[in-house]
Design a protein around this ligand. Structure first.
Ligand SMILES: *Cc1c(COP(=O)(O)O)cnc(C)c1O
Length: 381
C-alpha cells in the first residue's frame, strides 16, 4: 500500500486523484477493474485481497481514499447513489432506535424515512433545522440513537450548527450523521466538528458533471457501526459500477476549481438579486441577512456553497413562469454540476411538500457570472 504523504494539501491530493501510479505500466490515471470475481490460491486464500465485487472493487480504492482524506476520515465507502449511502446508515440501526431528522431536508430521503424506515421500526421525528434549542429539547426527551443533519439544507438552505448538535448528542450518547452534499468537503468538515459520519450525494459536487449517480459515506472511526454499514452495502448490494467509480475520481480532480468558481458565482448572484423588487427573498447563507449566516461563517470555510433559492413576490405562478423563461439555466432536477440548473421544487416534491410554492431552486454552475445574472434578469422582467 502506498503511503499518503500527509504534508500535501487536500487540493494536491484531489488534483492527482491521490497521486498513485498503477503497476505494471505506471499509469498516471488508474485502470478500471471490471472483474466481478478474484482467483483463490491453492490453499483457498485470496492473495489479491479481493473476493467478489459486491463486497469491494479495486476501482473504488482511490476514490474512497480521496474522500477519506478530504473529510479527515478513518474510512470511506462508495455507494450506488446518495440515497443508498444515506439509507445504509439508517439500515445499520436496529428496529426501535430513535432518529431525529431535520424538518427541511432532501425530500426523497425524508419520504423514505417516513414511508420505509418508520414502518420498518425506526422511531422517526423531526426538529427545526435552525433551532439548537428545539434539537436539544427533542434529543433530551426522545433519547435518539441518531441525529441526522443536513446543512445547508435543501431547498431553503437553513444552517444547522454541527458542533452544537454534536455536543447535544454526546449528552445522550447519540450518533451524529451529516448530509454535507451542498457544503462539499472543501467548505465544511463535519467530522472535525464532532460528527461520526458524513454523507455525500457524489452525484452532485464530488463528481460535478451530471454524468454519474453515486453516493459516499465517510466515518470518524472504523467501529462496529461502520462494520455494519459495510455489511449493509455488501449484502444489500447497493454497489457502484467500476466505470462510475472511475468517473467520480476523475470529477474529483477538479473539485477545488469547480466548487471555487460556483461559490464565487453564487455569492455574486445572491448579492446582485438581494432586494430585487420582484423577489420576496434570496435564500443564500452567504448573505449577511440570512438567519444562519453567523453559524455558516464559522463552520463553512471561505465560501457558502453554490446553492440558493429565489422566492418570488407574486407567488407560485410567477415562480413557475420565471423557471420556464430561463434560457442559460437548464430546467432540471439535481445540483452541483458545472452547468447551472433551476427547478420549481414544490411541483417536483408534490403533495406534502414543505417547500414554499413561490420558490425556485438554483444550482449555480461555473459559467460566466454575467450570463447567469442576465438570464435571471430577463426571466424576472
Ligand atoms: C441528491 C441528493 C441526495 C440523494 O442523492 P442521489 O445521488 O440522487 O441518490 C441526498 N441529499 C442531498 C442533499 C442531495 O442533494
Amino acid at each position: 500500500m502506498p503511503i499518503e504523504p500527509p504534508e500535501l494539501h487536500r487540493q494536491t491530493l484531489a488534483a492527482q486523484g491521490m497521486g498513485r501510479v498503477a503497476l505494471p505500466y505506471r499509469d498516471v490515471v488508474p485502470p478500471i477493474h471490471v472483474s466481478t470475481t478474484y482467483e483463490r490460491a491453492a490453499d483457498g486464500a485470496f492473495p489479491g485481497g479481493r473476493t467478489y465485487s459486491r463486497a469491494d472493487n479495486p476501482s473504488y480504492d482511490q476514490a474512497e481514499a480521496l474522500v477519506a482524506s478530504l473529510e479527515g476520515a478513518a474510512s470511506a465507502l462508495l455507494f450506488s447513489s446518495g440515497q443508498s449511502a444515506a439509507g445504509a446508515v439508517f439500515q445499520a440501526l436496529a428496529p426501535g432506535d430513535g432518529v431525529l431528522a431535520p424538518r427541511y431536508m432532501y425530500w426523497a430521503l425524508r419520504k423514505w424515512l417516513l414511508e420505509y424506515a418508520a414502518p420498518w421500526g425506526l422511531a422517526v421525528d423531526f426538529y427545526d433545522n435552525a433551532s439548537v434549542d428545539d434539537l436539544a429539547a427533542k434529543t433530551r426527551s426522545r433519547q435518539p440513537r441518531l441525529i441526522w443533519i443536513e446543512t445547508p439544507a435543501n431547498p431553503t438552505w437553513e444552517i444547522t450548527d454541527i458542533a452544537a448538535a454534536a455536543a447535544i448528542a454526546r449528552e445522550v450518547g447519540a450518533l451524529v450523521a451529516v448530509d454535507s452534499t451542498a457544503a462539499t468537503p472543501l467548505i465544511t468538515r463535519p467530522l472535525e466538528l464532532g460528527a461520526h459520519i458524513v454523507m455525500h450525494s457524489a452525484t452532485k459536487y464530488l463528481n460535478g458533471h451530471s454524468d454519474v449517480i453515486a453516493g459516499v459515506l465517510a466515518t470518524a472511526s472504523d467501529d462496529k457501526l461502520w462494520q455494519r454499514i459495510r455489511y449493509v452495502r455488501a449484502s444489500g448490494g447497493a454497489v457502484l459500477g467500476p466505470m462510475e467509480a472511475w468517473l467520480l475520481l476523475r470529477g474529483m480532480r477538479t473539485l477545488h476549481l469547480r466548487v471555487g468558481a460556483a461559490c464565487a458565482n453564487a455569492q455574486a448572484i445572491a448579492q446582485h438579486f438581494h432586494g430585487h423588487p420582484k423577489l420576496l427573498d434570496v435564500l443564500y447563507p452567504g448573505l449577511k441577512t440570512h438567519p444562519g449566516h453567523a453559524i455558516a461563517a464559522r463552520q463553512m470555510h471561505g465560501a457558502f456553497g453554490g446553492m440558493m433559492s429565489l422566492r418570488l413576490k407574486v407567488g407560485e405562478d410567477a415562480a413557475k413562469s420565471f423557471a420556464a423563461k430561463l434560457r442559460v439555466f437548464k430546467r432540471a432536477t439535481s445540483l452541483g454540476s458545472v452547468e447551472s440548473l433551476a427547478e420549481h421544487r414544490a411541483s417536483v416534491e408534490g403533495p406534502g411538500t414543505l417547500c414554499p410554492p413561490d420558490l425556485v431552486r438554483l444550482s449555480i454552475g461555473v459559467e460566466h457570472v454575467d450570463d447567469l445574472i442576465a438570464d435571471i434578469e430577463q426571466a424576472l422582467a
